[in-house]
Design a protein around this ligand. Structure first.
Ligand SMILES: CC(C)(COP(=O)(O)OP(=O)(O)OC[C@H]1O[C@@H](n2cnc3c(N)ncnc32)[C@H](O)[C@@H]1OP(=O)(O)O)[C@@H](O)C(=O)NCCC(=O)NCCS
Length: 182
């Protein structure tokens, strides 16, 4: 079960830097595009959303106020976005389920930010009304699996050759989930 936590606001990273975790706004479009450009080629290859594509950035910024989405960013004092996460409530008979995505930029990795932002976005999914949260990632993305299993998520399944990267290679994906405590 995912535990209730307070993770938004100003947080101290393990190396002493501070960042602010807050909801994305439409005005963040330029900073989000810069964040996308800062991601290593390997990340861009394997991310579900293509952060190097200006149309995708525009869609995410436009969705800042969408009813079924919550997007959070981690921002430095000078306004740079260094991490992004989203919770998207599913349509139809899975409308009680929210799907989560999480990316931390290379300059802030291994500093605890992924863990903070994962907690914040799980809490945002709860506020969206989700009773269950899911996250899927490539089987090779073990850091993400470590974060979500620490938050109480369990592996629910693995889908063979279910993702295709931007070089056309197929990858297995792992689906993890947690049920919310009321
Ligand atoms: C996964 C990701 C969000 C982790 O962000 P992060 O800020 O580096 O994570 P944290 O510093 O909070 O690390 C939390 C824990 O995850 C694990 N972890 C993180 N990076 C790891 C790595 N490179 N190798 C092994 N374990 C790792 C560790 O257990 C770590 O705890 P520890 O530092 O106490 O050992 C980041 O690597 C990323 O954006 N990757 C690409 C996208 C992705 O895989 N998203 C996840 C699924 S949507």
């Amino acid at each position: 079960m995912a535990q209730r936590t307070e993770a938004a606001g100003s947080v101290a990273l393990k190396d002493g830097r501070r960042v602010t975790i807050r909801p994305l706004t439409e005005e963040d479009r330029g900073a989000l595009a810069a964040f996308g450009q800062s991601l290593p080629k390997n990340d861009l290859l394997y991310l579900e959303d293509d952060f190097s594509n200006p149309d995708i950035i525009a869609r995410l910024a436009f969705a800042a106020r969408a009813e079924n989405w919550r997007q959070y960013v981690a921002v430095t004092d000078d306004g740079a976005i260094v991490a992004w996460a989203a919770a998207l409530r599913m349509p139809g008979w899975s409308h009680h389920v929210a799907d989560i995505r999480l990316i931390v930029g290379p300059s802030c990795r291994r500093s605890g930010l992924g863990m903070y932002l994962a907690q914040a976005i799980v809490e945002a999914a709860r506020e969206l009304g989700a009773a269950k949260v899911t996250v899927d990632m490539l089987a090779a993305q073990t850091a993400g699996q470590a974060i979500f299993s620490r938050l109480g998520f369990a592996v629910e399944g693995q889908l063979a050759r279910h993702a295709i990267d931007r070089d056309g290679n197929l990858h297995d994906i792992v689906i993890m989930s947690a049920f919310m405590k009321p």
